[in-house]
Write a protein that binds this ligand. Structure first.
Ligand code: C5P
Length: 271
C-alpha cells in the first residue's frame, strides 16, 4: 500500500488575456498549493478500480469520467502496463470550487502510479501527459508555487518565497462550474502579471463573472477583508476565496470570526 497527498491548488492571481480559437483562454496565473488536500491510496491489483470516501465523496462522483481513472488509464496506456491498481481517494477538497480538486487528484494519481509501476520519465514527459488531462494538471504535478501561462500549462518558476504562509480557504457552499465563468468574462485584457509585482497589485479577472453566478462570493470577500489579511482573493473560477495572513495567530482569529457564517473553511499554510 502506498499513499500520495493531493494538495489543494489556489490561484494567488489570475489574469485573463484572450479567448483562443480553440475555446480555451490564454491567461497568466500564480499557482500555489496548500498543506490541505485530498489523499490517494493505492494497493496492487489485477484490475483498475476506484473507491471515493470523505466529506466530498458524493459530489466528486465515481463515474468513468473521474479524473483519477482517466489519469490512471492514460499513464497505463502510455507505458504499456497491463497491471491494474486498487485506488482509494479520500475527498476533502470541495468540488467545483476553484481549488483544482480534480486536477490535484489526477496529478497525485500520476505521481503515485509512476512510483507503483516503476515509471522513470523525465518531468517534461509526465507534464505533457498531465496537460492532456486538464490545463491545471501540470502545475498540480509539481504542487509548488509556480507561474503558469498559455492555458495555464506553460510553467515557469515563481521566485517569491511563500512556503509556510498562513492561509484561510472559505467556500460558501455554492458549486461554480468553470466553463460558464470563462464564458462570462467581458474579454477586456487588463494586462499580464509583471515579474516582481506585489501580489496585492494583481487580480483575479474571473471574479466579476463568478459574482454574476454566485453573488455570495462578494459576501465572502467582504468578510475576509474585514479580518485584515495580507491578501484576500477569489481562487480560480470560484467560489472558494483565500486570505493570506502574517502569522498563524491572525489566521486563526480570522477563522473563528468567519465560522459565524457557517461556511466551509480550511485553515492551513502554503507549501
Ligand atoms: O482544462 P480543464 O478541463 O481543467 O478546463 C475546464 C474548462 O475551463 C475548459 O473546458 C474551458 O471551458 C475552460 N478553460 C479555458 N481556458 C483555460 C482553462 C480552462 O477556457 N486556460
Amino acid at each position: 500500500m502506498d499513499v500520495e497527498f493531493a494538495p489543494a491548488k489556489v490561484n494567488l492571481a489570475l489574469h485573463l488575456r484572450r479567448r483562443r480559437p480553440d475555446g480555451y483562454h490564454d491567461l497568466e496565473t500564480i499557482f500555489a498549493f496548500t498543506d490541505f488536500g485530498d489523499t490517494l491510496t493505492v494497493a496492487p491489483a489485477d484490475a483498475l478500480s476506484l473507491r471515493v470516501t470523505g466529506p466530498f465523496a458524493a459530489p466528486a462522483g465515481l463515474g468513468d469520467d473521474n479524473l483519477v481513472l482517466r489519469a490512471a488509464r492514460a499513464l497505463g496506456e502510455a507505458v504499456g502496463v497491463s497491471a491494474g491498481a486498487a485506488l482509494v481517494l479520500d475527498k476533502d477538497i470541495p468540488v467545483a470550487a476553484g481549488l483544482g480538486g480534480g486536477s490535484a487528484d489526477a496529478a497525485a494519481t500520476l505521481r503515485l502510479l509512476a512510483r507503483l509501476w516503476g515509471v522513470h520519465w523525465p518531468a517534461a514527459r509526465l507534464e505533457a501527459l498531465a496537460a492532456g488531462l486538464g490545463a491545471d494538471v501540470p502545475a498540480c504535478v509539481q504542487s509548488r508555487t509556480i507561474f503558469g501561462s498559455g492555458r495555464g500549462d506553460a510553467l515557469a518558476p515563481w521566485p517569491e518565497g511563500l512556503a509556510g504562509t498562513p492561509i484561510l480557504l472559505v467556500n460558501p457552499g455554492v458549486a461554480v462550474p468553470t466553463g460558464p465563468v470563462f464564458a462570462g468574462w467581458d474579454r477586456q485584457d487588463r494586462g499580464g502579471i509583471a515579474a516582481g509585482a506585489p501580489l496585492q497589485a494583481l487580480r483575479n479577472d474571473m471574479t466579476a463573472a463568478a459574482l454574476e453566478i454566485a453573488p455570495v462570493i462578494g459576501t465572502v470577500l467582504a468578510a475576509l477583508a474585514a479580518t485584515r489579511p495580507v491578501l484576500a482573493r477569489m481562487s480560480g473560477s470560484g467560489a472558494t476565496c483565500l486570505a493570506l495572513y502574517r502569522d498563524a495567530g491572525a489566521r486563526d482569529v480570522a477563522a473563528a470570526a468567519i465560522a459565524a457564517h457557517g461556511w466551509w473553511q480550511a485553515a492551513t499554510v502554503l507549501r
